[in-house]
Design a protein around this ligand. Sequence first.
Ligand SMILES: [Zn+2]
Length: 746
Amino acid sequence: MKRLFSVAMALCISTALLAQQQTPGWKGKFEQLDQALPTPNSYRTGSGAPGPAYWQQRADYVINVEVDDKTQMLTGSETITYYNNSPEALRYLWLQLDQNIFGDQNMTDATETGVVGDSASVLVFGYMSGVRVSDYKGGYTIKAVKDAVGKALPYTINKTMMRVDLPAPLKTGEKFTFGVDWSYKEYDRQVFSGRGGYEFFPEDGNYVYTFAQWFPRMCVFDDFEGWQNKQFLGMGEFALTFGNYKVKITVPSDHIVGASGVLVNAKDVLSKTQLERYELAKKTTDKPVFIVTAEEAAQKEKTKATTKSTWEFSADNVRDFAFAHSRKFIWDAMAVKIGDKTPVAMSLYPKEGNPLWERESTKAIKNALEVYSERTIQYPYPVAYSVHTANQGMEYPMICFNGGRPNKDGSYSQQKLFDMVMVVVHEVGHNFFPMIINSDERQWTWMDEGLNTFLEKETMRVRYPALAGTRGTPKGIVPFMKGERSQMRPIMANSDDMRGQEFGPNGYTKPSAALTLLRETVMGPELFDKAFKEYAERWAFKHPKPADFFRSMEDASAVDLDWFWRGWFYTTDNVDVELDEVKWFKLKSETIDPEKKAVKAKQGDLNAKKDGKATDFGAGPEEFTLVNTPDQLYGEFKSRVDDNAVKQKLSNKNIYQLKFKNKGGLVTPLVIEWTYKDGSKEIERIPAEVWRINENEITKVFVKEKEVTNIVIDPNFELADVDVNNNAFPKKATESKVDQFKKNNN
Ligand SMILES: [Zn+2]
């Protein structure tokens, strides 16, 4: 006991010394994330779940809006009822005026950079050389801000934000009702790209409208940062409060309207035939039913109604509201069985979308709803629209605007088919992230785009195996991750602070690749799927933050992932494992008395050396001997381990000593493919914790029955290893892997 005690004491002291030396600025790859994450509290717990005191605000909207088809003017008035569920009294409210990004005073124009002659982006963002070149004058005209009895409220506009001062502090548990009247001229999406806008079709003189960020919307006020009133610059999307909506949309009476909600006055706005088809679609689950056929839509294109219709929609527990309308719309719909619900999947598209859209859109909605519901929560809303627009992909609750337009003669490539299906799946998928699992997009693009791209990729893999490619996979992210790291920002960078070329990878495909690696290689599908679902269930209809995701994934799986989040989300390191050295041994049968012979490390070197290292197995194994366990190691024990039995276990085995170097910086699991002399193969998986003592270089011993002829690291490209040239032994085998890699990437 005395001796054991002293060893334990020594261990304690050395650990304490080590901790003292390493704590300041220690950035070990396995250092826990504690200091980087917010301290858990009663609002958000250390498990990653909403805490017992979690609260969130609510905003209900009643809106009347009219769109003028001649002038493209939108005129609206809204009544907002804001519920203060926070523990503090509020003296003012903040609203988002996103359309002001097109107004006179906006930070986007002021901070857009470029060089003279840099004109490539003029068509899609309205900028040339960083200078706005369109004559379009957008932005809100705020006509009135008033309380429930019509008395004007003081307000201050700061670019894309508006502060409304309250007549008296709004206390905890109280609500405040007020109104805003406004108008603005919608923009041409051909010039400004963007999330809404209109498209004009010169051949028939008609428009397709998609209205997004079209009304003054409440900012989020939460426990994490108070008001989220960071300016809208263009890239960082939205942070929004849940509430119920009643929206009346007035348009020319020959237009078809789709929106974030259920149509509540179908009998007022649809013809008798349309209404019958609409009712039939709600009960049909095998194929879409046409509510407006291509022929009927083509007929409508020829004339313009002079009367108006008002379409009324209702939506409960949504964070936003968008709508689309056109007289060009073909409309098909079918019911989708999701658990005990049958939401209606609907597509609206001009003839320019066909034949692709009538074939694939509603089917893609169905596939997305089914796969996402299985992996997260059951789709809770009664409808899901997919609207066809050119070169677009934008999501709102229950409705999204999607590109994927065939050539004029109706033909389309396999790539176009993939793009179209993928964008519908992706944007419908956004119903879950961030519309329901309501993250703050302005801060963290990855929390909605990354998680959503991951499930989009999973939907494509499961439902469209013939189309699915490498988008969002570890293999697909290699070209980005092998780029110049000093120029990159990590995934955790703010949405507006990334360069254009890294916004897509950092927001979408890198987090998706990381989650794929997590599912397939680090955690395994069973643990990953359980934990991912847990996160979704915990935060459905709430406001999660990054730590809530990181913590939930660990909490529900018993897998320590701090090293993973630290490396993949907070740094720009990449995975590059080098199989630096291979040695081969066989055990000699002779016994050595430890008292008589000093033990020396064996070399195990193989021949055909290059730079002092073997390049193949040609030289055969080196024999080595094992020393019997010395007496003093037994201490006070009376019995002895059977050294001969231990040696028996190892005799005739092939013993390989592999040295790995971490050249990319990210610690990673190892996937090793062993090829044996008889041609058989074995895949062996080593957890990333193999690097926990030495993050840069490790040596590990493997015992194999059969003789090995080839060793390849990451044979199936699941680790996102950016350089496969240093992944194999014998070295020559790498060439064929490179060829294979090139072939697979073409
Ligand atoms: Zn997206």
